[in-house]
Ligand binder design. Structure first.
Ligand code: SIN
Length: 185
């Protein structure tokens, strides 16, 4: 059994796997359009995390993990269902591994219209939302920066994520400069 991760499952899988490889899925795009009331935000102030949006001519890179055959019995899937419970549903999709293999795998997708779906916003709004959000799993900024770093590590190109990262970093740098200026005066 394979699991495809495209968000936090890329850089913090937190489950046992037998083998992993960078992999792509066809016809989907990664977008920071899902609300997170339980990991990177709170129920009254959800954070902003990724989901997949159907886009026929796109390809989305992530990491595929092969689970042991005991994954259903040992609770791995139950744990993943619990981790992704705020709007995500399992989908089975063809995965194209970077070594040329094609396998089928499970992927957690939060479909448009689920109760935590936030949808599109301007880059500036999404960046500010991420800067303002924190939840039981940590800050929303950490989620974005770790994801961008992990995508670069596997050689994945994703302008949506990288532009958001750039915007968040520039706000953080500006506020640091302001802080330095104030402490120096
Ligand atoms: C995933 O990583 O595959 C699902 C979304 C998330 O947990 O960030």
């Amino acid at each position: 059994m394979w699991i495809f991760g495209y968000g936090s499952l890329i850089w913090r899988p937190d489950f046992d796997w037998v083998e992993s490889a960078p992999a792509a899925i066809e016809g989907w795009e990664r977008r920071f359009w899902q609300g997170s009331p339980d990991h990177r935000g709170m129920p009254h102030s959800p954070g902003r995390v990724v989901t997949l949006i159907e886009a026929p001519s796109s390809r989305c890179w992530g990491v595929a993990y092969r689970l042991s055959s005991a994954a259903t019995e040992d609770g791995t899937l139950d744990d993943l269902d619990d981790r992704e419970k705020a709007g995500y549903r399992r989908l089975e999709l063809p995965l194209h591994l970077n070594d040329g293999r094609s396998v089928r795998g499970l992927c957690y997708v939060a479909a448009e219209g689920n109760e935590n779906f936030l949808g599109e916003a301007s880059l500036r709004q999404m960046a500010q939302h991420i800067l303002d959000s924190v939840g039981p799993s940590g800050s929303n900024v950490e989620y974005l920066l770790e994801l961008a770093t992990a995508l670069r590590r596997i050689g994945a190109e994703d302008q949506h994520v990288f532009r958001l990262e750039e915007q968040v970093r520039s706000v953080l740098e500006a506020s640091e400069r302001q802080g330095d200026g104030q402490s120096g005066s």
